[in-house]
Design a protein around this ligand. Structure first.
Ligand code: AMP
Length: 137
């Protein structure tokens, strides 16, 4: 699929719009979801331009999932969560709203999560949660 380099996450990667970051290295970035489906909802993205999981080169997929695991561990430690939903939507037909591949880490139960990308969270609360996660990394 053709990559749209004007998508929101591409702009975050270029530093054109802000994000509440929790982790960054040469190949990945993790930041807080602004419309969280649960407290601590975090996104992990590879930096390589790829629209969906199906476009992601295998070595980037392999590397990114290690960072997903690392951030999940930090969320568990920081928020004392009992379970984390790992969600990945590939394609508009699946409900994907931002066309840069990303992994959702939602510290919740599949039965309790709030609606997807529906309501802005409280920025101060999100920042405080991000600080906790960063400290646990
Ligand atoms: P998806 O629908 O799987 O593509 O998920 C996109 C996610 O990005 C949603 O959960 C949105 O709440 C979230 N989101 C949209 N814009 C931003 C932004 N500027 N910063 C952080 N998260 C965002």
């Amino acid at each position: 699929m053709t990559y749209d380099n004007q998508n929101i996450f591409a702009k975050i990667l270029r530093g054109e719009i802000p994000a509440i970051k929790v982790y960054e290295d040469e190949r990945t970035l993790a930041f807080m979801d602004i419309m969280p489906q649960a407290d601590g909802h975090t996104l992990v993205i590879p930096k390589v331009p790829a629209t969906t999981l199906l476009d992601l080169p295998a070595d980037d997929a392999a590397y990114t999932i290690q960072i997903v695991q690392k951030v999940a561990r930090a969320i568990e430690k920081a928020l004392d969560t009992k379970g984390i939903v790992l969600m990945q939507l590939s394609g508009e037909a699946a409900g994907q709203t931002v066309p840069h591949v990303h992994f959702h880490l939602v510290p919740s139960s599949i039965h309790d999560m709030r609606q997807h990308a529906a309501q802005m969270g409280d920025q101060d609360k999100i920042k405080a949660l991000a600080e906790k996660i960063k400290q646990a990394l």
